[in-house]
Design a protein around this ligand. Structure first.
Ligand code: PNS
Length: 145
């Protein structure tokens, strides 16, 4: 059984995230979405709302589940016997950050990170951008699932 965790802040979960999950379902038997804490970011959507939003999006997909976790991503992965961490990369600006995280998680627990490239049509969409639009009263429904 190939299990991957897909960790992130998901503040909010976007169509870009959903696209990564959809494509990764051909690589893994199960994907566990982990809503974790990024110490560098200030969230605006409450954790329980993020959980409900993602749960609703995958209510008909038994191979995808979602949980909130605290602490290290590698510990969350170990709790679920996940062998892989799944992440998406949109652009070159994401690369350094992802490389460092992947290396740290490899050293901490021997976990491999599998990176998928965001589809070009979604490459400009980030949770940060969506939060900003939301805070300025814009309709964010085109960006979220
Ligand atoms: O969506 P994000 O904000 O890029 O996700 C970052 C996240 C939550 C995956 C990362 O900050 C994380 O793994 N946090 C949990 C604590 C941890 O394991 N830190 C070490 C990462 S190398």
């Amino acid at each position: 059984m190939r299990t991957a965790i897909f960790p992130g802040s998901f503040d909010p979960f976007t169509i870009g995230h959903a696209d990564i999950i959809q494509r990764a379902l051909s690589l893994f038997d199960n994907i566990i979405i982990g809503i974790g804490t990024n110490s560098l970011k200030q969230s605006i959507f409450p954790e329980d709302k993020r959980l409900q939003h993602i749960q609703k999006a995958y209510s008909n997909e038994p191979r995808v589940s979602v949980e909130i976790y605290t602490g290290l991503t590698v510990d969350f992965a170990k709790q679920h016997n996940a062998q892989f961490i799944l992440r998406g990369i949109r652009c070159v600006a994401d690369f350094e950050y992802e490389r460092n995280m992947a290396e740290a998680n490899k050293q901490l627990a021997g976990l491999e990170t599998v990176i998928l490239y965001t589809r070009p049509e979604y490459a400009h969409i980030s949770s940060t951008l969506v939060r900003d639009l939301y805070q300025h009263g814009q309709d964010i429904t085109p960006y979220i699932v």
